[in-house]
Write a protein that binds this ligand. Structure first.
Ligand SMILES: *[C@@H]1O[C@H](CO)[C@@H](O)[C@H](O)[C@H]1NC(C)=O
Length: 387
């Protein structure tokens, strides 16, 4: 009888690995492109699965380089109790059947005029874990297994000088979505080298992603799905308004291959001192605006698809290059290293933006490549469980 010794040998090795519980199969996939290229996260640290929410919290925040594996749902709801206190129904919430988004009185938002004339006080009850993110230290990779890695009820916060963090292939969801200020999914505030890849974000009270107001330096958001569908829309139409907020004081942000859908505003809002390279993203079904570019925002938008986007650019008080024509787009070559790609529009408003005066800010930086706009490619590749 013939025996295939080689095949037998590899079968035994695999069996031993399974018995020992080795996690050789778990690893960050790929490398970041664009401004945060060079981010290594936990580097060569062995990938480990935390036993529960308490260990996850410790591992995220300690000063050890780690690869942290989420192989199931980690549910933080209830871990810090609930609060019942006075909040408000903002004046803008005129949704029928209590269907809109009410507010927690965070930083006196309800009482300092932000809620608008005609806002009313109401009792709000919310889960306390949602309103503050888990502290993430330096040199961490946080990765999910298949589509099983879920962070429920609490987001992630990379701040106060933390750097070199990879968040890949997890779903962050259910942060008090009924309340403005109910929680942010991913917060940067004083960081460097953060790569967020193949993450899905849904049902968040406030921002799906926020960088501000400290310097968050080099950031890449790639292949993420920002899903704005909600039953508590601030705009009374089933879509989330507070989506992506980029107002850091010295930030370089690459957004590539992200799928942003069913939002109604701030997708993204840009300001502070932020250079945003927004390339090959797909907007679908935005009942309000995509970009709102405030003072200090510098944006190149190229190769994106706008499908059913009511207002591609709400206001531009900063600098904005919307890749308006083949001849104009050649201006990108000298500083971005390629001719900018045209954006594509279907049943959408116009983008505009022909300012090339800031393109030299890209000079010498790691700039992501650009492909022709293609909605299907982006949608099929974005989100959790796709790597
Ligand atoms: C992160 O890793 C770098 C490179 O190994 C190291 O120099 C730095 O001290 C680490 N940071 C922390 C907070 O451990």
């Amino acid at each position: 009888m013939k025996f295939n010794v080689l095949a037998l040998g590899s079968a035994i090795t695999a069996a031993n690995a399974a018995v020992l519980g080795e996690r050789a199969a778990y690893a960050v996939v790929g490398k970041p492109e664009g401004f945060a290229s060079g981010t290594t996260g936990g580097g060569s640290a062995a990938c480990q699965v935390p036993s529960g929410t308490a260990q996850l919290k410790t591992w995220l925040s300690d000063s050890t380089a780690r690869c942290i594996v989420l192989d199931k749902e980690f549910n933080f709801k209830g871990t810090e109790g609930t609060a019942t206190e006075t909040g408000c129904r903002p004046a803008s919430n005129k949704c029928p059947g209590n269907g809109g988004q009410d507010a927690i009185n965070h930083a006196s938002w309800c009482t300092n005029g932000n809620a608008g004339a005609g806002s009313t006080s109401i009792q709000v009850t919310y889960d306390k874990a949602g309103v503050s993110g888990l502290t993430v230290g330096s040199n961490k990779s946080i990765i999910g297994v298949g589509s099983k890695g879920v962070l429920k009820g609490k987001g992630l916060r990379i701040a106060n000088g933390a750097k070199n963090v990879i968040i890949q292939n997890i779903h962050i969801t259910d942060l008090n979505p009924q309340y403005i200020w109910g929680g942010d999914a991913i917060t940067l505030d004083g960081s460097d080298l953060v790569w967020v890849d193949h993450v899905k974000v849904s049902l968040i009270g406030r921002q799906m992603f926020v960088a501000g107001n400290g310097a968050s330096n080099r950031v890449t958001l790639s292949n993420n799905e920002f899903d704005g569908k909600t039953s508590w829309s601030a705009t009374c139409d089933g879509r989330h308004y507070w989506s992506i907020y980029l107002t850091g004081s010295s930030d370089l942000v690459t957004m590539k291959n992200n799928y942003i859908h069913h939002t109604s505003g701030r997708s993204p809002k840009i300001g502070g001192n932020t250079l945003l390279h927004f390339v090959n993203n797909y907007f679908y079904d935005l009942s309000g605006h995509a970009f709102d570019n405030d003072q200090g925002g510098k944006v190149v938008a190229e190769g994106n698809v706008f499908q059913n986007v009511k207002t591609p650019l709400l206001a531009n008080k900063g600098q904005f290059f919307g890749s308006p024509s083949s001849s104009a787009n050649s201006a990108c070559s000298a500083n971005l290293g390629h001719v900018c790609q045209l954006n594509a529009f279907g049943s959408s408003g116009t983008l505009g933006g022909s300012d090339t005066g800031f393109l030299s800010n890209f000079n010498g930086k790691s700039v992501a490549s650009a492909s022709a706009a293609n909605a299907a490619n982006i949608q099929n590749g974005a989100g959790v469980g796709k790597i």
